[in-house]
Structure formats: C-alpha cells, structure tokens
Design a protein. Sequence first.
Length: 233
Amino acid sequence: MPISLVIAHRSAFIRDVLRRKGSYRDVATVGEAESGAQLVELCEGQRPAVVCVDTELQDGPVEGVLRAVLATGAKVLVISDDLSPERLTHLLARGASGHLLQDASPDQVIDAIEAVAAGRCVLGPLAATVVVEQWRRLRDPGESAAPRDALTPREHDVLAAMADGLVVKAIGKRLGISVKTVEAHKVRIFAKLGVRSQAHAVGVAIAHGLVKPGATFQPAAHLPAGGPAFEPG
C-alpha cells in the first residue's frame, strides 16, 4: 500500500519533485496545502501517513498547526534551510519527526518520508549537528560556550564561505587568497571548534550563531583580501 503524503511547502520545485519522485517510490500525494488552515483540513479529511512542510506557511509559522496535524496521526517531515537552533529544537520538541535541507536529493527526501512513516526520526547531517550542539550548550552552558572570540576575522570569513557550501578553491576565489591559505585557515578553524569535517564545523557554527545559513556574505572589512595564512591571536 502506498504511503499517503500531503505537501505544504512554498517551493513549487519541491512540490513537483515530491509528486514526481514519489510516484516511482510508492509514495502517493493525496493533497497540497498553502496555508496552515488548509493543511489541517486536508489532514483531517485524508488522514495521510506523512506531511512534508515548510517552516513558514501562507498564514504563519508551521508550529501553529503542528499539534492539530499530529492529532490526525500524520508524521511531519520539515524541509527547510532554516537551521536556527531554537527553531529546529522547537519543531522537534513539538513533534516533528525529521528535518532535511532544501538541497537534499529527491531520493534522500523519499527515503526520509519512508523512514518517518515507519516511525523513525530523520535529521540531515547539519541539522543533527545543530541539535547535538544545542543540547550540549543547554546541558552545560559553561563548557559549550560559543568559540566566537577564538576565531580571527579571516577565519570567520572562511567559515561563512564553508557555510555557503563552497569548496576550498571557491573559498579562495571569493576571498582572494590561495588554496594553501584556505587550507591553513580550515585546519585552525577545525582545531578551535573541535571538529573533523566541514559539515561538522558548519553545524557547530550555526548552533552557536557564528554563521547564518543563506546570509549575504560580507567579508571582514579591515582585513586585506589576501591576508596572511595565519593571523595572530
């Protein structure tokens, strides 16, 4: 029996992908909503197994209707680039079963739909890191204090570029520095944040408010474009 799905997302592309890919993977879209009120009405009428939602709907934040949606027995999968720690943990605390970024592949989204329909929770790598870091910070605020002051302005620039998904060569081009210099900064950033990968570094940075996904990049104005590979302090 196909997994019944209701979609409430602002992105026409995501809605189309879910409809098309789902038809190949035993996931049947039984309705689409633009507002929270429409979503609740659809869920009460169709009783879908899973609902894919954006964080913001036509009439307000999705949190406002989560309880009513969950009351129909549906599992909720959030697809959004909003990775603010408070928002993410609030959605999960309210009953959402998972979170994926909007650039997740169609197969990843359908895999997640199947997983939450089966009663499991799904978090993309960055979302998982944000949740863990938020938990650590709330559990022990002193030990998990944000390492904001430990990073130099140039390291903040490199970290922001990493958050935009840029690889080493592209980071160097953006900042006007060599690949070798970028690598040197990454080594220092990883050491200061206590991480081993770019994804983990970005997740920790988002959790501590060091970078904001989707923010317009603004380099440190007081640094020369080709600053030194290692800066003091």
